[in-house]
Design a protein around this ligand. Structure first.
Ligand code: ZN
Length: 84
């Protein structure tokens, strides 16, 4: 069974095209989130990692890929829906 959480970036909440942690949630793709720039399976591999990366991202408010900027709003809207 899959739900939308499987497609959600743990750091910023952006819905990804592919499940960042794989369908079994154990095999990260090691792709980078176009929004916050986290590498799936690396900085988001622990709750502490997610929290500290998210903090940095919120402070810098920097876009990993500037052409993805229109997603900014979606990203921040989803952010409220993240459960730690
Ligand atoms: Zn992200």
């Amino acid at each position: 069974m899959s739900n939308s959480n499987d497609l959600t970036c743990k750091v910023c909440g952006l819905i990804q095209e592919e499940a960042p942690w794989g369908e079994d949630r154990r095999t990260p793709t090691f792709d980078f989130c176009p929004c916050c720039g986290v590498e799936f399976g690396y900085q988001d591999s622990s709750l502490e990692g997610v929290k500290s990366y998210r903090k940095q991202w919120m402070v810098l408010q920097k876009w990993a890929e500037p052409e993805m900027k229109p997603l900014n709003l979606i990203c921040f809207l989803n952010y409220g829906a993240i459960n730690d």
